[in-house]
Design a protein around this ligand. Structure first.
Ligand code: SF4
Length: 118
């Protein structure tokens, strides 16, 4: 199978052509200008990850919510489960930027941290 994708590792945005076998293993990557593009294609085909940004409800804060993000990119397949946890979480004010509001979300080993205060 052939997959086409744009490398987003830098602003150049090389168009990559990835050849996969029936087990979804990467056989070859073409179109990359550098090694990062090859690794991007392999990661994207075997374990795609994304940063997740959202908001968490705050009790007694200046505003009803505080913006949050994952401390690192999380597996794309866990996004929906993580959003359900984030949406059902309520924390008490005060919240400081960088506070861990949810530890090890959905068993990913990755925390949800506040990106502002409230
Ligand atoms: S392959 Fe290399 S040069 Fe091309 S977009 Fe990716 S990181 Fe940039």
């Amino acid at each position: 199978m052939i997959k086409e994708m744009v490398c987003v590792s830098c602003p150049i945005g090389c168009m990559l052509t990835v050849e996969l076998n029936d087990q979804n293993e990467v056989l070859s990557v073409k179109g990359n200008t550098c090694k990062r593009g090859e690794q991007y294609a392999i990661d994207e085909c075997t374990n795609p990850v994304r940063m997740l940004t959202s908001t968490v409800k705050v009790n007694g804060g200046k505003l009803p919510v505080v913006p949050v993000k994952t401390a690192k990119p999380i597996p794309k397949g866990k996004m929906f489960d993580c959003m359900q946890v984030i949406n059902s979480t309520v924390v008490d004010a005060p919240v400081k930027m960088g506070d861990v509001l949810i530890q090890d979300i959905c068993g990913t080993g990755i925390d949800i941290i506040a990106t502002n205060e409230n």
